[in-house]
Design a protein. Structure first.
Length: 147
């Protein structure tokens, strides 16, 4: 089965973007880490990043269909700033009935107040935040265990 990992806006800049918050690993490093975790868990990895909300919505719909067809275990989603703004992503996850683990590299609750609210949390199975990029492997394990 497939595990989806979807990354939202600005995560293509990982490694150069606010390294004191997000660390020095690049998105390619994160993809390699996820590939390693999926190999250990016996899952196929479908790893993506987009700066466009609509791309994420289309991917969530397709992932939901794959999950409904028994071909996927769900998705780890780091929606970046769309986490805090997007009713559309909330509706997409709900509509697609996709199993989601919401992920943040940083501990959003220890940061600015505008990062404390998430539109994804109410439609996610679990939330992972503050473990740095290692959280991706932990979230994939949780996705596999709960499947
Ligand atoms: C983030 C936290 C968000 O608040 C922020 O907008 C991001 C990254 C994280 O991984 O810590 O882009 O999702």
């Amino acid at each position: 089965k497939t595990a989806f990992v979807f990354n939202g806006p600005n995560l293509n800049l990982l490694g150069q973007r606010e390294p004191q918050v997000y660390g020095h690993h690049t998105l390619a490093d994160v993809q390699a880490l996820c590939a390693q975790a999926c190999a250990e868990l016996g899952l196929a990895l479908d790893f993506r990043q987009s700066n466009h909300e609509g791309d994420l919505i289309d991917w969530i719909h397709a992932a939901g269909q794959a999950q409904q067809a028994g071909q996927a275990v769900g998705a780890v989603i780091n929606a970046g700033a769309y986490t805090h703004t997007s009713v559309a992503l909330h509706d997409a996850i709900k509509g697609a009935q996709l199993r989601v683990i919401e992920l943040h590299i940083s501990n959003v609750h220890a940061r600015e107040a505008f990062r404390h609210h998430s539109y994804l949390s109410p439609v996610s199975q679990a939330v992972m935040c503050g473990f740095g990029v290692a959280g991706y492997a932990l979230a994939l394990r949780g996705l596999a265990d709960g499947a």
